[in-house]
Design a protein around this ligand. Structure first.
Ligand code: SAH
Length: 367
């Protein structure tokens, strides 16, 4: 079976051409549409991960990442009384590496969940099939079974969902749109007043202020929280983001491991934005989930024993010990991924607290 084989009868027009024509005929398009279609095109046509691709993610850096997630899920599942049936649900599983490492670890503790992948990219589904052959694929959460506890994981998923931006002009709030002038895309203010879309407490702001929201991330959070409330289970959202509400655009584009202009070559670079973890928490709690905490990835992994695991792996393969340690450091060091990346934990109301959200115990594992 192959997902990729179904596609592409003819080379599609480049997104630059389609957008240029659309904007020429109908005027500027919203940033939300620009980013949404650009990423859909980008992800479905390639494997963007790894050294040869555009960016690298935690599970591709070290197996410790997926293993410790598997361990965390096992621990909370055991303390919740080993509910069955149980589903492992991963949103945007990339190459399936995190799932493979997490599921291998869970198996050691007799946790053998059904596996559900929410993925839209044909290219990545093929790679996921090779990593986890018995998974079931879904286009979104709506078709994931509604019976049984869920153990949900999403690493660098929310940041890929399109954002809407509102900008404060002299005349009030407007949506940020994308126009096309002299063969270039560039942001422009829309014509329609958008004041009603801005919460009252944020409305008074200096001209030029930008407010960014992510409707897709909000929808995912609502559905996840409702399911946790109704079915039981837990969820880990791991992403780069901030924990206090802030203003400003965080849209960025990355290509071949370099930051590039998000308005150049849509569909050819990875577009992402920082996750607003404060809003994600508020939505999840409103929809009935319990918030277990939001903490830097480095502290969370260290509290779960990342250092000890790196050392143990190094003893098993002494020729790789240094590389294993360096890879682990990349995940946990505050000046690398350790602080910018956050882990947010959620659970059903009857589920226990999660490990590691308080960080490592003082004095433990000082390296
Ligand atoms: N979690 C993986 C991959 C992160 S890249 C890792 O850590 O390595 C983002 C992932 O989300 C890709 O698998 C991409 O195809 C998927 N994705 C992006 N937008 C999506 C959408 N709207 N629906 C489902 N999957 C999406």
């Amino acid at each position: 079976m192959s997902f990729g084989k179904r596609k592409q009868l003819a080379e599609p027009a480049s997104l630059t051409q389609s957008y240029a024509r659309l904007i020429h005929n109908h005027g500027p398009i919203s940033l939300l549409q620009y980013m949404g279609e650009a990423n859909a095109r980008y992800y479905t046509s390639r494997d963007p991960l790894g050294h040869a691709g555009d960016f690298i993610t935690a599970p591709e850096i070290s197996q410790i990442f997926g293993e410790l997630i598997g361990l965390w899920l096992t621990d909370i599942w055991i303390r919740a009384g080993r509910p069955e049936p149980v589903h492992y649900v991963e949103l945007g599983p990339g190459r399936g590496t995190l799932a493979r490492d997490a599921l291998r670890t869970m198996k050691r503790f007799d946790l053998l969940p059904k596996v559900h992948f929410v993925e839209t990219s044909l290219a990545l589904k093929d790679l996921q099939l090779a990593s986890v052959p018995d998974a079931t694929w879904h286009d979104d959460l709506s078709t994931v079974p509604t019976q049984g506890a869920i153990l949900l994981v999403a690493n660098e998923f929310l940041d890929a969902l399109p954002v809407r931006q509102l900008v404060r002009m002299e005349t009030g709030w407007r949506e940020r749109m994308v126009g096309y002038y002299q063969d270039r895309f560039l942001p422009v203010a829309g014509n329609l007043p958008m004041d009603a879309a801005v919460p009252e407490w944020r409305r008074e702001a200096p001209v030029g202020t930008i407010i960014e929201t992510c409707p897709g991330a909000a929808a995912v959070m609502q559905e996840t929280a409702r399911r946790l409330a109704e079915q039981g289970g837990t969820a880990l959202f791991i992403d780069y983001g901030y924990t206090e509400v802030q203003n400003g655009s965080t849209l960025q584009a990355v290509r071949a491991h370099e930051k590039v202009d998000p308005f150049e070559a849509p569909g050819e670079a990875d577009l992402s934005s920082l996750v607003d973890f404060a809003t994600m928490r508020a939505i999840a709690e409103d929809c009935g989930a319990r918030w277990l905490g939001t903490i830097g990835q480095g502290k969370w992994l260290k509290a779960l024993g990342a250092d000890a695991r790196a050392r143990a792996l190094g003893q098993m393969a002494p020729q790789h010990a240094t590389a294993l340690w360096v890879a682990k450091e990349r995940l946990v060091a505050p000046d690398q991924m350790g602080e910018l990346f956050k882990v947010m934990g959620l659970a059903g109301k009857d589920w226990p607290d999660g490990e590691a959200f308080a960080g490592p115990a003082p004095g433990v594992e000082v390296e």
